[in-house]
Design a protein. Structure first.
Length: 72
């Protein structure tokens, strides 16, 4: 099943950060699309719940060097 989630991510400052996060997450099995925004400081991800999870995606963002804020 496909699911979408949006993370609030601090430290996205430019297009290079967007590219870093896009590449890191697109390398994960099950990730369908990634939309990192330096303007909004968000990362929207569409993924297949059979193959990955919000926890795994969150961990990949952290591994890439960015901090994920808890959603309000
Ligand atoms: Cu940057």
């Amino acid at each position: 099943m496909k699911q979408s989630v949006t993370f609030n991510v601090s430290g996205i400052k430019c297009g290079g950060c967007e590219t870093t996060i896009n590449k890191a997450l697109q390398a994960l099995a099950g990730v369908v699309s990634v939309q990192a925004s330096s303007q909004d400081k968000t990362v929207g991800v569409q993924f297949d719940t059979d193959l990955t999870s919000t926890e795994a995606i969150r961990a990949a963002i952290v591994t890439a060097g960015y901090a994920v804020q808890d959603r309000g």
